[in-house]
Ligand binder design. Structure first.
Ligand SMILES: *[C@@H]1O[C@H](CO)[C@@H](O)[C@H](O)[C@H]1NC(C)=O
Length: 504
């Protein structure tokens, strides 16, 4: 407890610091040294410009060893380093060229990509000259273009000298627009993207309509029967033709199996939903993509800051569970002081009647994820592509909209499924509600397989493990979110219908 509090506050403090206090304000005086970071080049380190999120991503940025001073041109032919190709280095270079390795660097936070070399007629060449054209506006760097020149044939014993050249050009583009050229509106704001959101939106309207129609039809019929019931005497009622969901009023509020696991998942789900909502809203307002790693820093900050939400809802659900074990005198009221459940729980559980195979909880669980997945899978394509193809994702408005749609669809589907489940007199609804929402993540993971084989060119153990590991994490988080949403929606529904049932 103590330790986790310390960790929590450290996380809060570190990430908060990173968010408010940017280490570099992107303003340079003439001749001031410009921050240049490059992946994995082992040279002298002068600006170690690493943030918490980069450490977590496993990115090690190091100062590239290039001395670039603001507005000072560097003439062509300036040698940055000399390499003599030993057998070992030769193999490393050939491997890199053969596998189309790219390098990535950042000048003042602006990303630059370049190929290491190229293959022509089964011979391997490496680029030895890099020309940077840097555009500046006032005291700020706006634009960097990299041109690779001078191919040199790789062979053992070759002496390679890497050279650079830097030209400075004034430009009128304002600083705030400098990331625009990295965005890809033709991709992200493609017709298909708009169309899919419109489509999901129509699906929401349709589903809400459908579920409310089923609800009204089933419940109205039942309530009508029930009010007639009141005129019957007890004998008649015991023999009576009561059926369906009303029959199990003495069991629906029985606690779920594995209550501790269940409560932790729900508490965690509440927290994750708030993290997603906060981070996407911040991203919409703050254009977080312009500062490397700031999205992840924000996410960590929000995650740490919202952990009380997890505790609050975790305890709420835990109290409900404690009550089932007969402690209702002390705990059985929730924090609002309201009586807890609309119906008492019978001492002896009722047997669950046989039902058709498609009413089995396992089947409902699996089917429950299909529609929510259908409402998000095009967005998944865009998110996967921006993550794995290193495109900058910036349409967070879409993301927020799709997330809200996902929530509504999940709630509708789980409620719809539970009308049938409860009518089949199966009262084990808590896990079914959670899992039928959470099964969305199974479909997302299956989609991740499709994406891997048909949309990426990854191969080898490392990339495969990396890809599927991240995707499992992503699907897992999505699963907890959808599961919680499904459960909360169903709880609301179940309480609502059973609170209208007057039992003796
Ligand atoms: C970089 O390239 C783009 C597109 O070719 C061009 O519009 C821009 O002016 C170039 N920037 C500099 C600083 O040369």
């Amino acid at each position: 407890m103590h330790n986790s509090l310390i960790v929590l506050f450290t996380l809060l403090f570190v990430s908060f610091n990173e968010i408010i206090a940017d280490e570099h304000n992107h303003i340079y005086e003439d001749h001031e040294e410009v921050v240049v970071d490059e992946y994995c080049s082992k040279q002298s380190i002068s600006h170690y410009h690493e943030t918490l999120s980069e450490a977590l991503e496993g990115v090690e940025l190091e100062f590239s060893g290039y001395a670039i001073d603001f507005k000072d041109p560097v003439p062509a032919g300036t040698v940055t380093c000399m390499v003599e190709l030993t057998e070992e280095k030769y193999k490393a270079f050939v491997y890199a060229v053969k596998n189309h390795y790219w390098f990535q660097m950042y000048i003042d936070g602006l990303p630059i990509w370049g190929a290491v070399g190229k293959e022509r007629e089964r011979k391997y060449y490496i680029y030895t000259h890099k020309r940077f054209d840097i555009g500046y506006n006032g005291k700020q760097i706006i634009d960097v273009n990299l041109t690779n020149e001078h191919e040199q044939l790789l062979h053992v014993g070759a002496k390679i000298s890497f050279t650079i050249e830097i030209n400075w050009q004034p430009t009128n583009t304002p600083f705030k627009d400098r990331f625009d050229k990295y965005l890809d509106p033709n991709f992200f704001q493609h017709r298909i993207h708009w169309f899919s959101i419109f489509n999901s939106f129509m699906m929401v309207i349709f589903l809400v309509g459908l579920v409310s129609m089923i609800l009204v039809r089933t419940l109205r019929k039942d309530f009508a029967r029930y009010s007639k019931d009141e005129e019957m005497d007890d004998m008649e009622r015991d023999l009576g033709d009561e059926y369906g969901w009303k029959n199990i009023h003495g069991d629906v509020f029985r606690s779920s199996s594995y209550p501790i696991l269940f409560t932790s998942l729900i508490g965690c789900g509440y927290q994750l939903v708030s993290v997603v909502l906060c981070v996407t809203s911040f991203a919409i307002m703050g254009e977080l993509y312009t500062e490397r790693g700031s999205l992840l820093s924000t996410a960590i900050f929000v995650y740490a800051a919202t952990s009380p939400i997890n505790g609050y809802f975790g305890v709420l659900y835990m109290l409900e569970w404690v009550e089932k074990f007969g402690f209702d005198k002390c705990f059985g009221r929730n924090l609002n002081g309201q009586p807890d459940h609309p119906c008492r729980v019978n001492a002896v559980p009722r047997p669950i009647p046989e039902k058709k195979w498609y009413m089995e909880p396992a089947v409902i669980t699996m089917l429950g994820g299909i529609l929510p997945f259908g409402s998000i899978f095009i967005e998944m394509y865009f998110i996967f592509t921006s993550f794995w193809a290193y495109k900058i994702y910036y349409v967070y408005g879409f993301m927020l909209l799709v997330f809200l749609i996902l929530i509504v669809v999940t709630i509708c589907v789980t409620i719809g499924a539970h009308i049938f489940l409860l009518n089949a007199e199966d009262y084990r609804w808590q896990w079914t509600a959670f899992l039928s929402g959470a099964s969305t993540s199974i479909y997302v993971y299956i989609y991740a397989f499709y994406y891997f084989f048909f949309k990426t060119k990854m191969y080898g153990l490392f990339q495969t493990v990396f890809y599927f590991g991240y995707m499992a994490l992503f699907s897992g988080i999505l699963g907890i979110i959808c599961g919680t949403v499904g459960y909360v929606g169903t709880t609301f529904f179940v309480r609502k219908i059973y609170s209208n049932v007057k039992i003796d």
